[in-house]
Ligand binder design. Sequence first.
Ligand code: SAM
Length: 420
Amino acid sequence: MPSPDTPDGLPARHAALRILDAVLRKGLTVDAAAQGGRPLAPPDRALALAIAGETLRRLPDIDRLIDSATRLPLADDAKARMVLRLALGQKIGLATPDHALVATALPLVDGGPRRLVHGVLGTLLRRGIPVSDSPHLPATVEERWRAAWGQPVVEAARRAIAARPRLDLTFKVEAAAKAYPDAAPLADRHARLDHSSSVTALPGFDSGEWWVQDLAASLPARLIPRDANNVLDLCAAPGGKTMQLAAAGHQVTALDRSGSRLARLKANLDRTGLTAELITANALDWQSDRQFDGILLDAPCSATGTFRRHPEVLYRARPSIIAESAVVQGRLLDHAATLVAPGGAIVFATCSLEPEEGEEVVASFLKRQPGFAVALPEPGELPEFLAPTGEGFLRVLPGLLEAQGGLDGFFIARLVAPLD
Ligand SMILES: C[S@@+](CC[C@H](N)C(=O)[O-])C[C@H]1O[C@@H](n2cnc3c(N)ncnc32)[C@H](O)[C@@H]1O
């Protein structure tokens, strides 16, 4: 029982404050930040994640509101600003009633700037809090994406961060996808559902008919040539693409350097009844006496394309991190080139909206390895809504299929090795 002095939901707000602070000041992911601290009951944990997520989704607009109600701007990392951010995130994203906002915000600043928080919150609530369906992204991200993709893409990204992403399922077989109830198919072996809070309760979960995978994330594996026998999935865990490759009938070797993530991949294979050889190793130097007809390199990246579900990526992906990640991607691609059979295909992909982690990585690779050639999708390999760029790459940007719920941002290129 909560004590009479402790408003319900206070543990969740304490946890949300810890998560927001760890994400913004230490650069952690929301998931990693949520692992620290006192264990919470599942509903409190879910509420803490929802509050932190909604706050991060709208942080630049929330900060403008706070700044409009203080005489001097609060420091970016001031506790008062953090607590106000969370209260406004709840108001805008979760429609929490005003009395609950105040009752749960003030204890977070006990012994500190309680009057300030009370005053700012009261002023803003009296004024009325606008709820935008196209909130701003962080200014640095908007500048970067405007320069790379143009203003319409920035505006589509603003709308996308306010919308709740749909649930995409990838199926082992097309017949099960077609027959799935209340779903819209946008590609082969795919079904899109309105969001469901309990994935494990959906029909077909226990029998392993499908797995959750954003439609954009399902595109790279579709480009591994159908006649490729041995296929290497070089950065494989937790395994959405490994399962696609296995379901398509390839002999799959799935490698990842993270043992714990590979354990999740194994659990996913067990549930779906699919098979792959699993290897824990560093893809930068793993050697094999086999050569592979197809290699999928879903490289680690800033993951800025996943900003709809993980808004913190917009704060974590600083230019230095993007640059370091691009260097690793180039090295992974160079190593993949030593493992592919003559005439075999490497499909390189990143869930990033940064050209440095996509177009530029592949352009530099092609300069170092002029024998490799970009291979366009064959008819029927990819859904028709996606056309290759002039260079033969596939680039999924915010705004694509917006009316149907949009996709994560992705970059994909298929590179074919020389014959000798
Ligand atoms: C984008 S995720 C892969 C997602 C996966 N392909 C899927 O569809 O579920 C990148 C993966 O690369 C792994 N990774 C990062 N650096 C690596 C390296 N040097 N060698 C092997 N795996 C690596 C990470 O552990 C992570 O699981």
